[in-house]
Ligand binder design. Structure first.
Ligand SMILES: Cc1cc2nc3c(=O)[nH]c(=O)nc-3n(C[C@H](O)[C@H](O)[C@H](O)COP(=O)(O)O)c2cc1C
Length: 199
């Protein structure tokens, strides 16, 4: 398996395009990615998650430790995701290897989440999901009132992954010509190569 060493950076050209295409990490509006994993039975699985932040080492997402994706990633750390901006004629697809983010990164990502998502991280439990809506709303409001803004830290179930890319593919459309892709691939020896492909 082509597992990048922690902290191994992606090529400068790829990072420059990411910086152009993705919102800055301090932008409150986080992009939504379709994250594909392999589940514990070996079947493909996918769901939408927020891209919390990115840096030269990879892409950070945050989730609940009890979620299916966590069991899947623990069994099969190789993942993929895609994100498209149809109006801008752009798509990014990434293959990579997920590993647990640092405790500091997890804490700072939680602190940057909206108030709603901070509460959700606490209340998104199997028991809560079973409550009738009116009881959910009462419990939510009570939890909210008991934990003023700025006092909550992440629950033990809050977990971050960083996806270290092994392949980054930038697709661009052109209404007057063919779409095409610029693809950066990381070889087993850690070197990166770039290819231009049809769209
Ligand atoms: C707009 C949107 C944003 C979401 N963001 C996240 C997220 O950042 N992290 C997360 O764990 N789930 C997020 N979810 C919920 C997931 O899509 C998914 O339902 C949940 O994580 C359970 O997935 P799993 O059972 O495959 O692990 C989001 C869903 C939507 C529709």
């Amino acid at each position: 398996m082509n597992v990048p060493a922690p902290g191994l950076a992606m090529p400068d050209e790829a990072f420059a395009v990411l910086t152009d295409w993705l919102p800055a990490n301090d932008d409150h509006a986080r992009p939504l990615i379709a994250l594909a994993t392999v589940d514990i039975a070996g079947h493909p699985d996918s769901r939408s998650v927020l891209l919390s932040e990115f840096d030269r080492s990879g892409f950070f997402v945050h989730t609940d430790s009890r979620s299916r994706k966590v069991a899947g990633v623990e069994a099969h750390p190789e993942v993929a995701f895609s994100i498209a901006w149809p109006a801008d004629l752009r798509q990014l697809t990434v293959q990579g290897v997920a590993r647990r983010a640092s405790t500091d990164e997890e804490a700072s990502a939680y602190a940057r989440r909206s108030r709603y998502l901070q509460l959700l991280a606490w209340l998104n439990t199997p028991e809560f999901a079973l409550l009738p809506t009116d009881e959910q709303e009462e419990s939510w409001a009570a939890f909210d009132a008991a934990h003023p803004d700025g006092t909550l830290t992440s629950p033990d179930t809050w977990l971050g992954f960083v996806i270290a890319p092994t392949r980054l593919t930038f697709w661009e459309g052109n209404p007057r010509a063919a779409s095409r892709r610029i693809e950066h691939r990381r070889a087993a020896d850690g070197t990166w190569s770039t290819a231009t492909l049809p769209g």
